[in-house]
Design a binder for this molecule. Structure first.
Ligand code: NAD
Length: 357
């Protein structure tokens, strides 16, 4: 395959970790006979410094003209004082909306080799868990009507949760398709015992489930789901849920893996083009020190191969190389825990993964 990939390195550790992902993708291209053509564009604080705004037009146009996008992270103390629309983080919402990305995929995997990083007890995590949260990204209460009005007790504020069948169907399809590519189990999370929008969500999911007889489907109330994630995370394969519930549950799921430098994410829209990024930020405290863990960004590259381009074997090659490196005991500083010894730098960890591939 010949693919054009836009790189949004951003700020802080962004350039270091994106360079690592590019090295790994180049290696995969060599091994499997593909051509990946990378073009960097400015975003965030570095874009403010060079152009005066966090999301220049060339960046948006470049992303829309590419087959997919890899993002490092944006922001840092240098730009913290900037107001509202001029903050580096504003560029994230801007690029997601320009690319029409309505789905957020967040895998939360506890690697057996990193079991000690999880705050959960051994008997709960067993030899690890591996789940995927599919969150609706452009609808629901974060985008509904809001405002102030006079109510029974005086001035009140309100926000509105609204979902259409179309919005539920399109996120539902992504989740069922993702389940088909994994262990064929899907749990839809809602609050259908209270919310009308959840009752429509549930009804629509049930109708979709009939089109995916191979997927074992069930519903769960969000309050129960918050408990089940810490009580028995291994029961989940794929979870699908609304924007706000997904926001909360995906952070809970990432915390129980215990290692922020390991977690990748994908944001997808109607086309194959996606935005792939680690869930962590720009880590200004370690920026420029060659200490960052590049694995979350490398795994974001693997997600891109799987979800945008259907290159499953290539994605698995990266994921297996990461497993193998961790199983052999190699660690970056953030993964050391109570281990003694010298941690690998960002570039040494990248080299170790390249060697396995
Ligand atoms: P952060 O995720 O950048 O860092 C939190 C802690 O985790 C820090 O101690 C950091 O050193 C560590 N860490 C993060 N990624 C790591 C990695 N790959 N390897 C090793 N250690 C890692 O969160 P923060 O400190 O709250 O935010 C820093 C800046 O990043 C802020 O400006 C914030 O707005 C921005 N931010 C950006 C994004 C994004 O670009 N998507 C997301 C979150 C925060």
């Amino acid at each position: 395959m010949e693919l054009k990939i836009a790189l949004l390195k951003g700020d802080g550790i962004g350039p270091e970790i994106v360079d690592s992902a590019v090295a790994v993708l180049d290696k995969i291209a060599d091994k499997f006979g593909h051509t990946f053509d990378f073009t960097p564009y400015l975003i965030g604080g570095c874009a403010i410094d060079e152009t005066g705004i966090p999301l220049p037009r060339e960046t948006v146009e470049g992303c829309l003209a590419s087959d997919s996008v890899i993002l490092g992270a944006v922001g840092g103390p240098k730009w913290d004082g900037m107001a509202g629309d001029m903050r580096p983080e504003k560029a994230l919402l801007g690029i997601r909306s320009a690319m029409g990305l309505f789905t957020n995929l967040r895998p939360a995997k506890l690697y057996p080799a990193l079991r000690n990083a999880s705050p959960l007890k051994d008997e709960i995590v067993g030899d690890g868990f591996d789940l995927l949260i599919v969150r609706e990204l452009t609808g629901g209460i974060y985008f509904g009507d809001r405002g102030y009005r006079e109510g029974k007790y005086g001035t009140e504020a309100f926000d509105t949760e609204a979902y259409s069948v179309t919005e539920i169907e399109r996120i539902g399809k992504v989740a069922f398709e993702a389940a088909m590519k994994r262990n064929k189990r899907l749990c839809s999370i809602d609050k259908a015992n209270v919310l009308e929008s959840s009752r429509l969500w549930r009804r629509t999911m049930h109708e979709l489930a009939e089109q995916y007889p191979d997927v074992e489907y069930r519903d769960m109330f969000v309050d129960n789901a918050a408990m089940q994630l810490v009580r028995d995370p291994r029961q989940f394969d794929v979870i699908v849920t609304s924007n706000m519930f997904g926001d909360i549950l995906s952070d809970e799921a990432s915390q129980i893996t215990g290692s922020i430098g390991m977690l990748a994410s994908a944001s997808l829209g109607a086309s194959k083009r996606g935005l792939y990024e680690p869930i962590h930020g720009s880590a200004p405290d370690i920026a420029g020190k060659n200490m960052a863990n590049p694995i979350a960004t490398i795994l974001s590259g693997a997600m891109m191969l799987r979800y945008s381009f259907g290159l499953i074997q290539e994605a698995e090659t990266i994921e297996k190389a990461v497993d193998s490196v961790l199983n052999s005991g190699l660690r970056t500083a953030d993964l050391m825990g109570t281990d003694k010894g010298t941690p690998l730098s960002c570039t040494e960890m990248t080299e170790a993964i390249l060697k396995v591939i």
